[in-house]
Ligand binder design. Structure first.
Ligand SMILES: Cc1cc2nc3c(=O)[nH]c(=O)nc-3n(C[C@H](O)[C@H](O)[C@H](O)COP(=O)(O)OP(=O)(O)OC[C@H]3O[C@@H](n4cnc5c(N)ncnc54)[C@H](O)[C@@H]3O)c2cc1C
Length: 304
């Protein structure tokens, strides 16, 4: 089995998903990574083909096509992120594509994937006719396993004979820089159960004590209690750190899709809340009663 990983670069930096995909590819057989920008690729484990075509953008699918022709991989892995999906979708006219994949295996030359369907309500197992594409969810594999030493082969864009169709002019960044919740190790997340905007202050205090950041479910963002950059879930960000504290969050599928932290602790007054199904520890309590006690206790421990 030969696997080609599409290495994702944003603003000149290799994204963590690239290492996760390499970790996945390593388990399947021979593997190589394609990076279509001038990023520093030295920490990607194994063979890397680098084509300097500026920042990753949708027309780079043409480069992927050429590298597929050249390398003949059985499987091409993309991350389930907006920029990688833009590219994978353009290749879907020619190759079978499985999306929302969280596990890939290879048996007797066949690719089997497990993927989430209907917004995560159903898990499906699919056999793909190779060559095929799997779009893998963030957090499915351990990024550390994909880091190592790269053996880099640089190819000039002219050698591939592709012409760019889109010129990348730059990122339009939000005016106010905000923390990136997808990179935080500890996320204290609040949901509608928090009741009132003023209660977020306590969650912020807890986050500060734990060295983490505050995030929220969609209703919290929609009400303007936290900025859009702090939304966890399908239409927000995916959190992948060590701890996710879900305070007054019901655990709707669209929310849980963005929760890939190693440990989830949930606080909810309803013991049947779906969030408990994905939690390592569940606490049936009123979050606004528990929070002040929790903050006091942690401060006591830290100061003592
Ligand atoms: C296309 C689409 C995309 C979406 N994308 C997202 C997304 O990216 N992120 C997202 O979050 N949602 C998303 N949603 C919305 C999602 O379906 C849910 O409506 C949302 O996640 C619910 O947020 P919540 O858990 O905060 O609120 P609720 O579902 O209202 O849950 C509140 C919870 O708090 C508990 N509670 C109440 N009072 C207390 C208390 N005092 N102490 C402790 N617990 C208490 C309740 O028992 C309940 O479980 C999306 C929906 C659609 C259709």
């Amino acid at each position: 089995m030969k696997v080609l990983v599409f290495g994702e670069v944003v603003d000149g930096t290799i994204q963590n998903i690239t290492y996760e995909l390499v970790a996945c590819a390593k388990k399947l057989g021979e593997y190589l990574t394609l990076v279509t920008s001038d990023a520093d690729v030295s920490s990607i484990d194994g063979r890397v083909i680098k084509v300097n075509a500026g920042e990753t953008n949708p027309w780079h699918y043409k480069i992927v096509e050429k590298v597929i022709e050249r390398e003949n991989p059985d499987l091409i892995l993309f991350g389930n992120t907006s920029s990688s999906v833009d590219i994978a979708s353009q290749l879907s006219a020619k190759l079978p594509v499985a999306t929302s994949v969280y596990e890939v295996s290879a048996e007797n030359g066949e690719v089997i994937v497990k993927s989430l369907s209907y917004g995560g309500k159903i898990i499906v197992e699919l056999k793909l006719t190779t060559p095929a594409i799997a779009v893998v969810n963030v957090g499915s594999y351990n990024a550390e396993d994909g880091k190592g030493t790269a053996s880099v082969e640089e190819i000039e864009i002219d050698e591939l004979g592709v012409r760019d169709g889109i010129e990348f002019l730059g990122y339009i960044k939000p005016e106010e820089e905000d923390v990136d919740i997808s990179k935080a190790e500890v996320v204290v997340s609040v949901g509608r159960g928090i009741g009132d905007e003023t209660n977020i202050e306590m969650a912020e205090e807890l986050a500060e004590l734990l060295g983490g950041v505050v995030a929220g479910s969609r209703p919290i963002i929609d009400q303007g209690w936290l900025p859009k950059t702090r939304q966890v879930g399908r239409s927000g960000k995916t959190v992948t750190g060590k701890l996710y504290l879900a305070l007054g969050i019901s655990g709707a599928t669209e929310h849980v899709e963005g929760v890939k932290a190693k440990n989830v602790i949930a606080v909810n007054t309803d013991k049947t809340a779906p969030i408990f199904r994905v939690s390592r520890l569940g606490i049936v309590a009123d979050v606004n009663e528990l929070l002040p006690t929790l903050v006091d206790k942690i401060r006591e421990i830290k100061e003592g």
